[in-house]
Design a protein around this ligand. Structure first.
Ligand code: G6P
Ligand code: MG
Length: 220
C-alpha cells in the first residue's frame, strides 16, 4: 500500500526549476559562460554550491575563483532567484498539483516535501500550500545532497512511514536516484530520456493521478 507521497518542489509543485535556470544563466553569462537547457538538466536537484562548481567547470573556470569569491557568486545567483520568486502566487501551482494534494489529503495519505532549496519555505509560503504538508525537509535539515537518499529518508522518518510505502515525485535525474536509493517508488515528471530510471513517468504534472500511480505501484 501507499502511505505517503514525498514531493520535490522545484519543477514538480511549481515551475521554479525555470527560475533557477534563468538565474544561473544570468550569472553564467556575466562570467562569460554560456549554457543551454540540455546542460541545465545536470543542475536540477543539485545544491547551490555544487551547481556553481558544475557551471564553472563547464566554462573551464574551475580554478579561477577563491572560496570567498565562489560564495559571492552563489549569493549573487540567489539574489537573481529571490527576485524571480517574489512574483509567485497561488496561481503558479503546476497543472494538476492542487487536485492531487487535495485528493491525497482526502484519502488520508501523508504528504511530505523534500527540497534541496534553502528557498523552499519562501516558495511554499507564496504558493499558500503549507497546510498540505505533514513535513517539510529542506537543505537546512540535511548533510548530503541528492542523489544521496538522505532527504527522502528523513522525510519518511518524520512522517513515520516505511520507505517501501512511499512514493517520491521528482523532475531531476539526481532526485530519481535519491528516491530509488531510499527504496521508494519513483515517479518522474519529464521526458522518458531524462526520467529513464523512474518507476513511472508522466510528461506533465497534469497527468499525475493517484489511481494510475497506485496501479503501477501494485504491479511492481
Ligand atoms: C533544488 C533545485 C536546484 C537548486 C537547489 C538549491 O534542488 O532543483 O536547481 O540549485 O534546490 O536551491 P537554493 O534555493 O538553495 O539555491
Ligand atoms: Mg526539481
Amino acid at each position: 500500500k501507499i502511505s505517503a507521497f514525498i514531493f520535490d518542489l522545484d519543477g514538480v509543485i511549481t515551475d521554479t526549476a525555470e527560475y533557477h535556470y534563468l538565474a544561473w544563466k544570468q550569472l553564467a553569462e556575466e562570467l562569460g559562460i554560456f549554457f543551454d537547457r540540455e546542460f541545465n538538466e545536470q543542475l536540477k536537484g543539485v545544491s547551490r554550491m555544487e551547481s556553481l562548481e558544475r557551471i564553472l567547470a563547464f566554462g573551464n573556470q574551475a580554478e579561477r575563483y577563491t572560496k570567498e569569491e565562489k560564495e559571492a557568486l552563489a549569493a549573487k545567483k540567489n539574489e537573481h532567484y529571490k527576485q524571480l520568486i517574489e512574483k509567485i502566487t497561488p496561481n503558479d501551482l503546476l497543472p494538476g498539483i492542487a487536485e492531487l494534494l487535495e485528493d491525497l489529503k482526502k484519502r488520508g495519505i501523508k504528504i511530505g516535501l523534500a527540497s534541496a532549496s534553502k528557498n523552499a519555505f519562501a516558495v511554499i509560503e507564496r504558493l499558500q500550500i503549507g497546510g498540505y504538508f505533514d513535513t517539510i525537509v529542506d537543505a537546512a535539515n540535511i548533510q548530503h545532497s541528492k542523489p544521496h537518499p538522505e532527504i527522502f529518508l528523513t522525510a519518511a522518518q518524520q512522517l513515520g512511514v516505511p520507505c517501501v510505502e512511499c512514493v517520491g515525485v521528482e523532475d531531476a535525474e539526481a532526485g530519481i536516484q535519491a528516491i530509488k536509493a531510499a527504496n521508494m517508488f519513483a515517479v518522474g515528471v519529464g521526458t522518458k530520456e531524462a526520467m529513464k530510471d523512474a518507476d513511472y513517468i508522466v510528461e506533465s504534472t497534469a497527468d499525475l493521478n493517484y489511481e494510475s500511480i497506485l496501479k503501477a505501484f501494485q504491479q511492481k
